[in-house]
Design a protein around this ligand. Structure first.
Ligand code: ADP
Ligand code: ASP
Ligand code: MG
Length: 443
């Protein structure tokens, strides 16, 4: 089986949907299983509608208009998604009556983006003669924990998904499955976190032992930097799971960070391709990647990072100090990315506010704590940084030439990544300049 995931832009406008149909038609001999996102912008619109409902305004109008325009482009009957639009209005009504947009209710609201998309795409494929059937992932066995807004699929999902999907494929059907959503064992709808359809595709792919998982998007593969920021970014033909995980984690939105894991465990290659240029081979991500690759491979960046600095003379010659600090972060479930220490200070970065205030209150008992906001984390993924010091020298040179101050420079022990922080206002300039310099020699 071949799992093919189509992201928001690929299911968000008629020419792209037409391409999607051609791509699936071409893959029929491979027994395709299609996983779809909500049409582009729809998840954001659903979130806006949910928040407005909490303020007393129930209005699904803009979402209905967007959905109906897409259906009309293929002359599809609006009745196809009537039940979902009704469900959405009801869910918004519940939020309005409670006066609160809590995570559980918001997950239900958000789920309708993918549910509508799966129905519309399956119907469009049927118009092209494909025996497609839509399926809500939870009806096929995607069961999750109750961590609304970032739910984790339960282990039993794999067997359930496999049995259900195999039965559909054996009956000659092409399943069109919702990405992003699941359901708790007691029947409450969950989402896997923003960008989570990639993760759904990887879970489905691992469950059915797919020969490959294809991620169809709006760029020709994983590129050497975000092409919206660095116009000279180029496709990386082969990446290792490790490199891709670092890139995804440090901000390359093209893949959800967790996507990689279920696929790695089964050794299933993940291929990232562009729906508009299907003939382009894109990027293939495999366990080993390109073992002969040397030098800088890619840049990733993430805005809005906070740095927490703890300064204490009590750290002088003390043991267990770091352990105490990280125990506080762990207890408050604050994820720390970069860490840098001196004899009297510890600095680290976190990318979310959740739990941070409480952690900081406790950290004050160890020393003086300051928090800096508005920084961009730039991560340079390279092969062989330990043997070749030139990329590091180049990075410092570029930042000096551009007059961009950097802090918290960190090179991981695996030596495949060099990370640093710059002010948000200079973040994109830093990425562009670093990309231009680091890749000039490569072309
Ligand atoms: P989809 O809706 O298909 O899931 P996303 O918007 O989530 O697509 O991801 C694709 C976007 O990721 C691209 O349009 C691009 O701007 C961004 N992106 C960030 N970093 C990279 C990178 N290194 N390579 C490719 N795309 C990247
Ligand atoms: N529709 C969801 C989002 O916008 C999931 C996804 O697109 O992957 O985050
Ligand atoms: Mg995405």
């Amino acid at each position: 089986m071949r799992v093919m995931k189509f992201g928001g832009t690929s299911v968000g406008d008629p020419p792209r949907i037409a391409n999607l149909c051609d791509i699936v038609l071409g893959a029929l001999p491979l027994a395709p299983v299609v996983v779809v996102s909500a049409a582009s912008r729809v998840t954001d619109m659903l979130l806006t509608a949910g928040r407005a409902a909490a303020q007393g305004t129930v209005d699904a109008g803009p979402i209905e208009a967007r959905v109906k325009t897409l259906l009309d482009a293929f002359s599809l009957d609006h009745g196809l998604v009537e039940a979902e639009l009704r469900g959405l209005r009801e869910a918004l009504g519940v939020i309005a009556s409670r006066g609160e947009a809590d995570a559980e209710r918001m997950d239900l609201v958000e789920s309708f983006g993918e549910r509508i998309s799966a129905r519309a795409i399956a119907a469009t494929l049927r118009l092209r003669g494909v025996d497609a059937v839509h399926a809500d992932a939870f009806d096929l066995g995607m069961v999750t924990d109750a961590n609304f807004g970032g739910a984790e699929p339960l282990l039993e999902s794999a067997d359930l998904l496999r049995a259900a999907i195999e039965a559909l494929v054996a009956a000659g059907k092409v399943p069109v499955v919702t990405g992003f959503i699941g359901r708790t064992l007691d029947g409450r709808v969950t989402t896997l976190g923003r960008g989570g359809s990639d993760y759904s595709a990887a879970i489905v792919g691992a469950a059915v032992h797919a020969d490959e998982i294809e991620i169809w998007t709006d760029v020709p593969g994983v590129m050497s930097a975000d092409p919206r920021v660095a116009p000279d970014a180029r496709t990386i033909p082969v990446l290792s799971f490790h490199e891709a995980a670092e890139l995804a984690y440090f901000g390359a939105k093209v893949l959800h960070p967790k996507t990689i894991h279920p696929a790695v465990k089964r050794g299933i290659p993940v291929r990232v391709k562009n729906t508009f240029t299907p003939e382009h081979p894109g990027t293939v991500i495999t366990a080993d990647g390109d073992r002969s690759a040397r030098g800088v491979r890619a840049l990733a960046h993430k805005r809005g990072i906070r740095t927490v600095n703890v300064v204490s003379t009590r750290m002088l010659l003390a043991h267990g100090f770091l352990a105490k600090i990280f125990e506080v972060f762990a207890r408050h479930r604050v994820v720390v990315d970069l860490v840098s220490t001196s004899e009297v200070s510890v600095s680290c970065t976190v990318d979310k506010d959740d739990g941070l205030d409480a952690a900081i209150r406790e950290l004050r008992s160890f020393g003086e704590v300051t928090v800096a906001h508005g920084q961009t984390l730039v991560c340079i993924i390279a092969a062989g940084l330990l043997e070749d010091p030139r990329p590091c020298a180049q990075v410092f040179g570029v930042l000096a030439d551009e007059g961009i101050p950097a802090q918290l420079l960190t090179m991981g022990a695996s030596a495949i990544n060099l990370s640093l922080l710059v002010p948000d206002a200079k973040g994109e300039q830093a990425v562009r300049a670093l990309h231009r310099a680091l890749f000039a020699a490569v072309s």
